[in-house]
Design a protein around this ligand. Structure first.
Ligand code: NAD
Length: 467
């Protein structure tokens, strides 16, 4: 079994030189050939496979993540992304001809070339510390960029393993890891970038957007949730309970696209609660506490935050409720709340808390969903086709899974991103390539056209009449 290296923060003073090096590597033109990019993607793939045990181990230590989850949602997600980028790179990178342009302008051979942006910074969060760093990295490599990666210091074991994977696998002149917390990230933000790709909370997202604005640096922001699930009286209640429970047990609810709260038709509330209790018993016959398949809260600060959220809520616990600070354990907890103003709805829990608010009908659910947070990252409507379509039509969100928890966010090939204050920009699938690509419009004017072109030169007198 591979061992986990010790995490060492990067010396802040070394950061400008690291960035200069990576920028110089971009200008060396090394990253331009598609074959070179594919080699890097294949090396990343094999680096992940070779370090699969260390990755799983690190995910277990940092987040209590079970082996199945770590494999499926971290490792496989990233290896599949590498393969997908490799397989599609020729198609994505090809020049696009502007076929619909006017006949006369076709003589200028108008086309769009897919240029790399340059030297980019990727800042990752702690909850899917492998996936949310390496999936954007694969897109940046595919598009021909050089990259500095800043993993989350809050998942220190994963951060250390990621550094090993990247240093052992990739071209070190083009891809570097900087480790650290706020001071190191702040030092990174002082550098000039061609793009900053950030995943994390909105507060830090705002800091990054402000800093990027000073140098007009483009950004992609993948931010937080506060996502509604809606269950109508016509929904399959057993299915809704099973699937929404899944949406909150994965990674102990530390998933940006988990439902933050559920609005349920009061007619079906009791059935939903019974079905969720049954599902809970089925998924964890001996409870979550002693199951290898249920994770832990990342650190004491986050555990305390979740406890305070529970303490401050006026809701009534219907299921779960057990907490253990020493173990950073919080049981999946279903809480009946009686107001859309309850803090459990308003704030992002980012943990296994499941507030549920009964409503009289779909009109009320839609109104509340649009009031609590106008632009959530995800939306989870359960009901008839007409009802779920209405939810999609009338509630904005970054993405949506109909009749499910966050499935749309589980596909490595489907574009993923927020809207409004849940984020800007998207990646995954071809969107990952596009995210790090400049679509450069190019025309080429043949010399023999000079006669035709001379119409544009002054003096203009009399030319308009002849056209
Ligand atoms: P985090 O604590 O891991 O921080 C994210 C990154 O920001 C880290 O690399 C950290 O070093 C850096 N950072 C922290 N403070 C900083 C500062 N003052 N200046 C510069 N950089 C700083 O993660 P987090 O932010 O607590 O993550 C949880 C949040 O992320 C939740 O709101 C969650 O919804 C969101 N999230 C969003 C997505 C998505 O894809 N939209 C995915 C995962 C998490």
């Amino acid at each position: 079994m591979s061992s986990i290296p010790q995490l060492e923060y990067t010396n802040k003073d070394a950061i400008p030189e690291i960035v200069d090096g990576v920028r110089a590597a971009f200008h060396s033109q090394k990253t331009k050939p598609l074959e070179w990019r594919k080699v890097q993607l294949r090396k990343l793939y094999w680096g992940l496979i070779d370090n699969a045990d260390a990755i799983a181990q690190a995910c277990k230590i940092d987040l209590g993540k079970g082996h199945f989850e770590a494999n499926l949602m971290e490792l496989d997600f990233c290896t599949n992304t590498c393969i997908y980028c490799c397989d599609n790179l020729d198609k994505w990178a090809k020049d696009e001809s502007a076929a619909d342009i006017q006949l006369a302008n076709k003589l200028l051979f108008p086309k769009i070339r897919k240029d790399p942006l340059g030297c980019v910074l990727i800042i990752g969060p702690y909850n899917f510390p492998v996936n949310l760093v390496l999936a954007p990295l694969a897109g940046a490599i595919a598009a021909g960029n050089t990259v500095v990666i800043k993993p989350s210091e809050n998942a220190p074991n994963v951060a250390a393993v990621l550094q090993k994977v990247i240093e052992d696998s990739l071209d070190q002149s083009c891809f570097r890891v900087v480790q650290g917390a706020i001071p190191e990230t702040t030092a990174l933000l002082e550098q000039k970038w061609d793009k900053i790709f950030y995943t994390g909370g909105a507060t830090v997202g705002t800091i990054i957007a402000k800093k990027a604005a000073e140098t007009l640096t483009p950004i992609t922001l993948e931010l937080g949730g506060r996502n509604p699930a809606i269950v109508t009286k016509n929904a399959d209640i057993r299915l809704a309970a099973r699937r929404l429970l899944w949406g909150k047990i994965v990674n102990a609810g530390q998933v940006c696209i988990s439902q933050n709260y559920t609005l349920i038709d009061r007619e079906v509330l009791d059935r939903f609660v019974s079905e969720m209790k049954l599902a809970m018993k089925e998924y964890y016959p001996n409870g979550t506490r002693h199951s290898d398949d249920f994770g832990r809260i990342i650190n004491d600060r986050q555990w305390q935050r979740l406890k305070s959220m529970l303490d401050n809520s006026k809701g009534k616990i219907l299921m779960g409720g057990e907490l253990d600070q020493e173990d950073r354990y919080i049981e999946p907890t279903l809480i009946l709340v009686d107001s859309p103003k309850d803090s459990l709805l308003i704030d992002e829990s980012f943990g296994p808390l499941m507030p549920i608010l009964p409503v009289n009908n779909l009109d009320e659910a839609i109104r509340i969903a649009n009031t609590v947070h106008a632009t959530p990252l995800g939306l989870y409507p359960f009901g008839t086709k007409a009802e779920t379509e209405r939810c999609l039509r009338e509630i904005r969100s970054g993405g949506a899974s109909v009749n499910d928890g966050f499935m749309h966010g589980s596909l490595p090939t489907l574009a993923f991103g927020g809207i409004g204050d849940s984020g800007q920009g998207a990646y995954r699938g071809q969107a990952s390539f596009d995210c790090f690509t400049h679509r450069r419009s190019i025309t080429t004017t043949p010399s023999w056209m000079e006669g035709m072109m001379s119409v544009r030169y002054p003096p203009y007198k009399g030319k308009l009449e002849k056209m």
